[in-house]
Each structure stands twice: as C-alpha cells, then as structure tokens.
Ligand binder design. Sequence first.
Ligand SMILES: CC(C)(COP(=O)(O)OP(=O)(O)OC[C@H]1O[C@@H](n2cnc3c(N)ncnc32)[C@H](O)[C@@H]1OP(=O)(O)O)[C@@H](O)C(=O)NCCC(=O)NCCS
Length: 187
Amino acid sequence: MEPRSVRFSQTTLTELMIPSYANFGGKIHGGILLSLIDKVAYACAARHAGTYCVTVSVDGVDFLEPVEVGDLVSLHASVNYVGRTSLVIGIRVIAENVKNGTQRHTNTSYVTMVAKGDDDKPTVVPELLLENEDDARRFLEAIKRRELKENYKDAFDNAKTRLDVQDNLHKLSKQRCVIGWETEKSE
Ligand SMILES: CC(C)(COP(=O)(O)OP(=O)(O)OC[C@H]1O[C@@H](n2cnc3c(N)ncnc32)[C@H](O)[C@@H]1OP(=O)(O)O)[C@@H](O)C(=O)NCCC(=O)NCCS
C-alpha cells in the first residue's frame, strides 16, 4: 500500500446556514455543526483509506462563537494522524458573514475514524506521507493528545472507583444543588 499525502484527502465542505438550522434563540444548533463535522471527517478519512469508515470518537467540541443564520460555514478537514486501522481527522470550522466579509474561527475538532473492510472488520490504512513540518507537527500533536486522553481516562476511572459518595457529600454544600434524600448524617 503506497503512503498517501495529507493533501491527497484534504476536504472542504461549505454550507449555507438556513433558518431551519436555528434554535429558539436564532443561532445555529450545535447538533447541525456536529453533523457537518462528522460528514466532512468521513469524506476525508474515506478518501485516505479508500474504504468505508466509522466514527469512533470526537474530541475538542468547544463552540467558541455562535453561528448565525445566513453565515456560510466552511469545514476544512485533513488527516492529522494514522494508526494501523484508525485515522485522526482535524477539522477547522470557519463561519463567514458574506455581507461584511468577516470570518470567525468557531472551533477545531478532532475526529477518530476507523476504516472497515468488506468483512466489516477494521482494516489497515495507508501510511501518511508527511510533506512538511506542519504535517509532522499535527501528527506529533495527535500522538500527544492520544497519550493525554489515555492518562486522563486511567486517572478518572481510578478516581471514580475510589469515590465514596457519603464521604464526599460535604463537597456539594457550596454547589448549586440540593440534597433531596435522607443522608446518613441527616438521619
Ligand atoms: C471502531 C470499532 C470498529 C473498534 O473496534 P475494536 O474491536 O475496538 O477494534 P480494534 O481493537 O481492532 O481497534 C481498531 C482501532 O480503533 C482504535 N480505537 C478503538 N477504540 C477507540 C477509541 N475509543 N478512541 C480512539 N481510537 C479507538 C484502536 O486504537 C485501533 O486503532 P489502530 O488500529 O490504529 O491501532 C468498534 O468500536 C465499532 O464498530 N464502533 C462503532 C462505530 C460506529 O458505528 N460509529 C458510528 C456512530 S453510531
């Protein structure tokens, strides 16, 4: 299998934000953007892999700015990392007001996809040809993100296992919640 460059599968999806995409506040639903992120990630991953792909996880979905009806939203997707059967696609989302020409970066997300073979099992993807330092930086950053995510998961699983609700109820006293049942201390 020949390595494929980042440029080979780079994909941009541009869509007009129509009124039916808006929430009651007149801004675009987060779910519409998530669906577009998933679509463009699929197109980019499937081009690189040359097979059908499935979404495994989506990281970095922090909407930094609202998107308005009438904006043109462009999602720029490129392969940042490939493993044996998985690919990480970085997606930069830009909202453009065509009337005044301003562009806002609303979010950057990272979607992990897995390539599937005809037998519906994960299948090996071509290696990624890194053509410049930016390609290499994104690949290295993806490795770092994966390591940090694994560490976070281990730390959180560990903390969750050791979490005793009764011993920690006092931490809720300054939170915006109300204990609505008889606790051991209140009995
Ligand atoms: C994705 C899926 C095929 C992985 O199956 P699996 O039995 O864990 O397969 P493997 O252990 O061989 O892992 C395959 C790859 O997925 C990666 N992977 C699995 N779980 C992952 C996770 N939570 N985050 C990131 N990567 C993950 C593995 O690291 C591996 O990558 P590599 O080959 O590059 O090293 C399986 O979980 C699946 O089918 N999920 C449903 C996907 C789907 O339907 N998505 C649409 C949403 S409705």
